[in-house]
Write a protein that binds this ligand. Structure first.
Ligand SMILES: [Zn+2]
Length: 223
């Protein structure tokens, strides 16, 4: 099955239809360019004749069997229904990876996640590429917000990991860093999973599930 489909998507600036190359099921094993595009922010990018450069807003399932990553990417405006989507994500994964014994083997140790938008997808790839635990990273963000509550109003996504430190570049604010020592200490802190079981047992591993309006416990016990 081909990964890429040509489709017309409306330009958000002028409304003209623009041809874009889209993927609905992005298998990195089949189309390794997907991972690079996500990291360099060119995935689903289109350029309109009016000069506008934009990202086509489509949901996608991102699968990287070699890196044990399976990520359902939903649209940002769908975030309010995350409890339902988290259940659906788990069901979709089960359907994709049950049946044949070979498939069940592939599912072993797979990190299954639900994210909203390509920036959150990118963040997971960045965090995992640095061999960090995304649940611990969310705990570190929580700590940063406790220190500076104004950060709660901004989407906090890790831009990059430099020498073990988390670098954030929130829109309209000063960039800030969580030092490597704090990142290491949090990864060694065995109190975090029992304290935040929602982050360590769910598919939607994001602060929003704690701070947002629709609190839900995690479907699985902490890893
Ligand atoms: Zn345009």
């Amino acid at each position: 099955m081909s990964t890429w489909f040509e489709e017309l998507v409306p330009c958000p600036a002028c409304g003209r239809e623009v041809r874009a190359k889209l993927a609905y099921c992005a298998h990195v094993a089949r189309a390794p360019e997907v991972r690079a595009q996500v990291l360099e922010r060119s995935f689903h990018r289109a350029t309109c004749a009016c000069g506008e450069v934009f990202r086509a807003r489509r949901g996608v399932v991102y699968t990287d069997v070699d890196r044990r990553q399976w990520i359902q990417v939903s649209l940002e405006e769908e975030r309010p229904i995350w409890p339902e989507l988290e259940v659906a994500t788990g069901a979709l994964f089960e359907r994709a990876f049950t049946g044949a014994p070979a498939a069940a083997e592939l599912a072993e140790g797979m990190r299954v996640r639900l994210v909203f938008g390509y920036e959150e997808l990118r963040e997971k790839l960045v965090v995992w590429a640095a061999a960090l635990d995304d649940a611990v990273v969310e705990c570190l963000k929580l700590r940063a917000i406790e220190r500076d509550p104004s950060l709660a109003a901004t989407p906090l996504v890790v831009e990059r990991v430099t020498g073990g430190a988390l670098v954030f570049e929130p829109a309209g604010r000063e960039p800030f860093t969580i030092p490597a020592a704090a990142v290491d200490a949090a990864h060694a802190d065995m109190r975090l999973p029992p304290r935040f079981p929602e982050l360590f047992g769910g598919r939607y591993v994001a602060l929003h599930r704690l701070l947002g309006p629709r609190y839900r416990p995690a479907p699985d016990p902490p890893r």
